[in-house]
Design a protein around this ligand. Structure first.
Ligand code: LLP
Length: 419
């Protein structure tokens, strides 16, 4: 079942014509399907029913509090990487004991907030970070559950910008160093070793790297046990890929099977941090064609959405399917779909065969639910767009389009220049 589909020549999200939404919100706009998120979550959760597990949705993928609330209602927790994401999780009523905190550069302020909130665990990413946490824990006289994020040195064979488990990456701690850190944690009055984590990358399309990572973590859990350190949680991060074009990612059931096999016979609770696989294909980015511009050898579809709204094509050369909101089987022409931002790197698609459409028509950029809005910016003083959540025949604006006033919020002209 695809919740984004044409009915009578019009693109729908669930039971709502996309055009109706744009009429209400204007363009551009992100539109998410609640039923898709729900289905993806349930398929993923169900795949792991054979092992005790907690799904901590990686909210950097899409952090609107309505999306987080949807995850919370389905029983999920959250993987956070900042105090801001903790704040959002709280605003979405996510139970704190289902929150894990990763990230290489946690500030003291963020660590204090996490400790105060009694989150499930902090995933420590360096020795110095551990020292900081130890100092804060002693000062606060509070026990702090910790996990070490291990860098298992595994190549996930994905885009270099989203590879995280190689020696040259900034993430996690090397195995040997991790073992020493566990000793330090054990010896400390307020620190509790409860888990081990890793996250090897994103948009991974093969199971092998995951299997290797789990195997490596399991081996460490065993060694730690021999040293008298018994862990409860094994956190294998996120990273499962999705289909943008013609990729064939593993089904969550197959992903779960290889992990379950590795964990058989252990008493570990599995923590998963999926992001993209839950929300990626649950959202579209709708943009209006402003102008068609022809130069020798090239046609540009200039649209009102840009790299500041959806940066993945510009940043990673990522492919996103783009379809007209009104079904169109006109002859295809080769175009670049570009935005108004003053950068040649501002494009949503390059050399794409697309049907001939007229200025004023709406285009839907597909698979935009993950790392779309959450990576957006105000570059070129463009207002961040609206976000809409559809459920069945009903749609809700879950973030309104920024106003011009929002754009200069917090800015100030110093008194020496006042008029
Ligand atoms: N856990 C940790 C510690 C992570 O760093 C990430 C993603 C995830 C979980 C979730 O990974 P996922 O299941 O979504 O693959 N902006 C890039 C992706 C960056 C991923 C960063 N970390 C993109 O648009 O492709």
């Amino acid at each position: 079942m695809n919740y984004f589909d044409y009915k009578n020549g019009a693109l729908y999200c669930e039971e709502v014509p996309v055009e109706n939404i744009v009429r209400a919100t204007g363009s551009p706009v992100y539109i998410y399907s609640y039923r898709t998120i729900e289905r993806h979550y349930k398929v993923f959760d169900n795949a792991f029913k054979g092992v005790p597990h907690i799904i901590c949705y990686s909210c950097k993928a899409n952090s609107n509090i309505a999306i987080l609330r949807a995850i919370g209602r389905l029983g999920g927790g959250i993987d956070i990487v900042s105090g801001g994401e903790l704040y959002r999780s709280n605003a979405a009523y996510i139970p704190n004991d289902k929150i894990v905190f990763s990230g290489v550069g946690k500030t003291e302020e963020e660590i204090v907030a996490a400790i105060r909130s009694n989150i499930l665990m902090i995933n420590v990413e360096s020795e110095e970070e551990l020292s900081t946490i130890a100092r804060i824990a002693s000062k606060m006289k509070k026990h702090v559950p910790l996990s070490i994020r291990v860098n298992p040195e595994i190549d996930p064979k994905t885009h270099p910008y989203i590879t995280t488990g190689l020696k040259k990456n900034k993430f996690g701690v090397m195995r040997e160093d991790a073992m020493k850190l566990y000793d330090r944690i054990k010896a400390h009055k307020y620190l509790m070793p409860v888990g081990i984590s890793s996250h090897i990358g994103s948009q991974i399309l093969e199971l092998g790297p995951f299997k290797e990572a789990v195997c490596s973590l399991k081996e460490m859990v065993k060694q730690l046990k021999e040293k008298g350190i018994t862990l409860k949680f094994i956190d294998i991060g996120g990273g499962l890929g999705i289909t943008y074009k013609d990729e064939l990612p593993p089904h969550p059931d197959d992903y779960a099977r290889i992990i379950e096999e590795e964990l058989k016979g252990t008493e570990l609770t599995l923590i998963l941090e999926p992001g993209r696989v839950i929300v990626g294909n649950s959202g579209i980015f709708v943009t209006k064609l402003l102008y068609i511009k022809k130069v020798p050898g090239k046609t540009f579809y200039i649209v009102d959405g840009a790299m500041n709204d959806l940066v993945r094509p510009s940043l990673y050369g990522a492919f996103h399917e783009i379809v007209p909101v009104r079904y169109n089987d006109a002859k295809k022409i080769n175009v670049d779909v570009v935005g108004p931002v003053c950068e040649s790197g501002d494009f949503l698609a390059k050399d794409r065969d697309m049907p001939l459409v007229e200025s004023g028509e709406l285009l839907a950029v597909l698979s935009a639910g993950a790392y779309g809005f959450s990576m957006s910016s105000n570059y070129n003083s463009r207002r961040r767009v609206a976000e809409v959540l559809v459920r069945d025949a009903e749609f809700n604006v879950i973030k309104s389009r920024e106003t011009l006033k929002d754009l200069i919020k917090g800015e100030k002209i110093p008194s020496f220049m006042e008029v």
